[in-house]
Each structure stands twice: as C-alpha cells, then as structure tokens.
Design a protein around this ligand. Structure first.
Ligand SMILES: NC(=O)c1ccc[n+]([C@@H]2O[C@H](COP(=O)([O-])OP(=O)(O)OC[C@H]3O[C@@H](n4cnc5c(N)ncnc54)[C@H](OP(=O)(O)O)[C@@H]3O)[C@@H](O)[C@H]2O)c1
Length: 215
C-alpha cells in the first residue's frame, strides 16, 4: 500500500548519510560495493593493501589498529576483502589452511573485535563469506572452512555487540568472475555484482544483525 509516508523511489528511507569504511575497495566485489554505496549518498573511505584512501593489511592486527585511528569515527565497516587458497584436498598443506584462516577469517574477526570500541555506538559491520560455507566444490575445503567459521562467528558476535550490528554477505560466484572461476563452480548459478552490492546495502542501511545475507 502506497501512502503519503512511503519513501520517494530511489531514496533511502530513514537513513542519514553515513561515513563508511570499505576494505577491499579495489577488488571485483569492492568496486561494485563502492559505486553503489557512494551512489546512495554515503561518504566512503576506501582501504586496501595496495590502493585506497588508507592502506591496511588485514592479516596484521597492528595495521588494523592504525586503520581505525586514521579513519576516525565511522558508522559502518564494510569488508570485501579476503583470500583463501583453492587446491585439491591432497595438495592442501597445514600452512594453506592456516593462510586461508588468517586471510579470510581472523582478518575480518579482527576488524570486528577492534572495531566495536572504535565505530559509532549504533554502527555496523558487514563481512564477506561465500557460497562454499553451505555448498561444496572440489578444491574448496579451505574456503568452506573459512566461510563456515566466519558465518558462525557473525551469528555469535551479534548477540553480544548490540546495539552495534554484524552481518555477512555470502554470494555464490559472481557473473563477472566466471571467466576466472567458472569451471570450479560448474552447475551453480552465478549472481550479478549489482545484486551482491544490494545485499551490502541491506546490511548497512537496514536493521539486520547476526544474518548471513545470500544475494
Ligand atoms: N568473486 C567472486 O565470485 C566471489 C564470490 C563469493 C565470495 N567472494 C569473496 O569476496 C571477497 C572478494 O573477492 P573478489 O573476487 O572481489 O577479490 P579481488 O578482486 O581479488 O579483490 C580483493 C580485494 O581485497 C583486498 N585485499 C585482499 N587481501 C587483503 C588484505 N590482507 N588486507 C587488506 N585488503 C586486502 C584487495 O586489495 P589489495 O590487493 O590492494 O590489498 C582487493 O581490493 C573474497 O573474500 C572472496 O572469497 C568472491
């Protein structure tokens, strides 16, 4: 039903302009998330290892502390970063699993762990996981482990950090990455980057917490 209080099309209802810290802004997902959040009127501070307004290596907790100091007070922290090795099970070493856990799980956990005392009182965290937390592919066991662990963390952390919020966006392979990863995800439907970016919008601007958002 469309009454006089219904928001104008194209506007974000009841959402003020936010200051958002986006890590991984130069990547495939990050570029789309940046464009979408900036297009909705938010101030987006970008960060990455090699480019962005601020430089950070998320695998180093000291660099995360510096990142928060330099960013100042932000309303939302958004991650589109994280790396994990893909190899046949027989070739995955203990170091590979450790690298995947540090590169995708501990790195983003640390963003939340340090961030709760740094971001706005009612601020939010949006992390990135992926379909392999719930589906399996050959070469994907380190990625499945990482995504499953991070999603369990999101559900658990949410009940302790309120009124701050934390969610994960968990896409399947994105259409734009099919040339690189398509054969690994044979038979799985892809999702467009634009839809992934909308899941980030739902997390940042909405009231959800403890959710794994599947675009
Ligand atoms: N592409 C897909 O189809 C897909 C689907 C589901 C989930 N995901 C997940 O989405 C995330 C991003 O994927 P993508 O395809 O967009 O990757 P990408 O194009 O390689 O981009 C990764 C971004 O993260 C930054 N980054 C990587 N490691 C970092 C670190 N340790 N510290 C700080 N920044 C770091 C990179 O910048 P610098 O190199 O400059 O640091 C880059 O901006 C990954 O976690 C991936 O598993 C991707």
């Amino acid at each position: 039903m469309r009454g006089k209080h219904f928001p104008r099309p194209g506007t974000a209802p009841n959402v003020d302009r936010m200051k958002i810290l986006l890590i991984g802004a130069s990547g495939t997902l990050g570029t789309a998330v940046h464009r979408t959040l900036a297009g909705r009127g938010h101030e987006v501070l970008t960060a990455g290892r090699g480019s962005g307004d601020l430089r950070v290596d998320l695998t180093d907790p000291d660099r995360i502390a510096e990142l928060y100091d330099r960013a100042g007070l932000v309303d939302a922290v958004v991650s589109a970063a994280g790396s994990v090795p893909f190899k046949p099970f027989a070739e995955l070493t203990a170091d590979d699993y450790r690298a995947g856990f540090e590169g995708k799980v501990l790195s983003q956990v640390e963003l939340v762990r340090q961030g709760v005392s740094k971001i706005a009182e009612r601020g939010s965290f949006t992390l990135i996981t992926g379909v392999l937390g719930r589906e399996q592919i050959v070469t994907g066991s380190a990625a499945s482990l990482a995504n499953g662990a991070l999603e369990a963390f999101v559900r658990a952390a949410a009940i302790e950090i309120a009124p701050q919020r934390v969610n994960a966006v968990s896409p399947t392979v994105v259409t734009e990455s099919l040339p690189a990863y398509g054969p690994l995800f044979a038979g799985m439907p892809a999702v467009d980057l634009a839809d992934v970016a909308q899941a980030y919008v739902r997390s940042v601007e909405g009231g959800l917490t403890g959710q794994v958002l599947i675009p």
